[in-house]
Write a protein that binds this ligand. Structure first.
Ligand code: C2O
Ligand code: CU
Length: 448
């Protein structure tokens, strides 16, 4: 058996090694950053894997404070960065081909914006993202309130990914039509903060531990559970929950979704607790949290969560229905591409598989025009045989009683929500299973 195969096997197993938690090695209180987009060879156990990487895997911003981020492209191909979930100015949204020309090799671009919501966000390539995100172009974007709300809090960010590796490294066939017409590209190696195997995190002697968990997979819906304790769910997609709850089942989330969880350190059992990735064969521990040697008996200070500034509209000005069609075993027989009506076979010949409202328009034309500040009711109807994770740029919608920027819609399922179209510009709406996005499940709203 060669090394690669042994490695693939072992990385899904229980090899244990300790890493520095991501959030404590790359944090900066500065409001100005430089991100270099570069090649990086990861040493995963005894294998070398060539990836793309950001020189800063985590950025921390201060809420409402203008930040300038210089992005320098040291790859041999163009790229951009999208600041996922941030309600920023449209021209800083980073969508290649709609909002900005890509950053060419050797060039730089300065993104300048302020983040109106404190919480957990992320950033990733929005140019050829089916490939570039799979190659590793993602990082955590943490927005903190100006004054720290909780002095006795440890903050840990976990970016959870799956990589499709073959004997030579990352499988380069990002547009394998069979995968894209089904659930998308599914990996065979799991990583936490780009490290395979069970990761160990040392808990500090503080009253609270806040876990920020991000599904950065290309397509895979992840299901996570805990053993040892039940954390409290406090936020989703960078927006605090009005009703926090204790987690007593698995958290299921699509690519791009985030959850913030709170743990009271004094409730952690002696042997710590674990985060598991639920597989068909049971729960696979991917992170373990180890208690500090001293455990101060903090007096029970309340945990303060950031306030959301978002408002649920009471009366609706506009209703939008988004029908999701196509794919393998789909009901869609035809779709409109470039104004031409095509059968599903003809669509596939043009490398398109999915449609939104019967159209495969991608960036060419908006799905709809929305008046600035219109209160919009949006309904997603999933007519396909697969789940999709619909993401609206620059806004959060209120769906299932919570604010979200990405929402998982199961096969055959419908979901409705509301939002204010209060951010002028061209805002993408797409499935965050990136192979679905590039084969038809991409459109946008023109607002204002
Ligand atoms: Cu997270 Cu259009 O992206
Ligand atoms: Cu999809």
């Amino acid at each position: 058996m060669n090394n690669r195969r042994q490695f693939l096997k072992r990385s899904m197993g229980v090899s244990v090694f300790v890493v520095m938690p991501l959030s404590s090695c790359s944090k900066s209180e500065n409001t100005d950053f430089e991100i270099k987009v570069e090649y990086k060879t990861e040493s995963w156990l005894d294998s070398k894997v060539d990836t793309f990487s950001y020189s800063m895997p985590e950025i921390e911003l201060i809420q409402n404070k203008k930040t300038r981020i210089k992005v320098t492209n040291n790859l041999n191909e163009p790229t951009t960065i999208h600041w996922h979930g941030i309600r920023l100015e449209n021209k800083m949204d980073g969508v290649s081909g709609l909002i900005q020309a890509p950053i060419e090799p050797g060039e730089s671009f300065i993104y300048e914006f302020s983040a109106p919501d404190a919480g957990t966000f992320w950033f990733h390539s929005h140019h050829d993202s089916i490939k570039q995100v799979a190659m590793g172009l993602y990082g955590a974007l943490i927005v903190k309130p100006e004054k720290s709300l909780n002095n006795s809090e440890q903050d840990l960010t976990l970016l959870i990914d799956d990589w499709l590796l073959n004997e030579n490294g990352i499988d380069p066939n990002f547009t394998a039509m069979h995968s894209l017409s089904h659930g998308g590209i599914m990996g065979n190696v799991l990583t936490v903060n780009k490290q395979p195997g069970l990761q160990a995190f040392q808990i500090e002697d503080k009253q609270y531990l806040r876990l920020r968990l991000i599904n950065v997979a290309n397509s895979r819906i992840q299901s996570w559970s805990f053993s040892g304790l039940n954390p409290i769910v406090i936020a989703k997609d960078g927006q605090p929950l009005k009703d926090q709850y204790t987690l007593n089942k698995s958290l299921v989330l699509g690519p791009a979704e985030r959850y913030d969880l709170l743990v009271k350190v004094k409730e952690i059992p002696e042997d710590g607790f674990k985060l598991n990735y639920d597989t068909a064969n049971g729960a696979l521990p991917i992170a373990e949290f180890i208690l500090p040697k001293v455990k101060t008996d903090f007096k029970n200070e309340a945990y303060n969560i950031e306030k959301s500034v978002l408002v649920v509209p009471k009366k609706i000005d506009k209703t939008v229905v988004v029908e999701l069609d196509g794919g393998a075993m789909g009901r869609m027989q035809t779709g409109i591409l470039d104004g031409e009506k095509l059968s599903i076979n003809q669509l596939v010949q043009k490398n398109m598989i999915w449609a939104l409202n019967g159209q495969v328009a991608l960036l060419a034309t908006p799905m709809d025009k929305l008046e600035l500040n219109a209160a919009v009711n949006i309904t997603f109807k999933n007519n396909t045989s697969f789940a999709h994770n619909m993401h609206l740029h620059g806004h959060h919608f209120f769906i299932d009683g919570i604010w979200q920027d990405s929402v998982l819609i199961g096969r055959g399922e419908s979901k409705s929500g509301v939002f204010y179209a209060d951010n002028p510009g061209k805002w993408l709406l797409h499935c965050h299973m990136l192979g679905h996005a590039v084969t038809g499940m991409t459109t946008w709203f023109e607002i204002g």
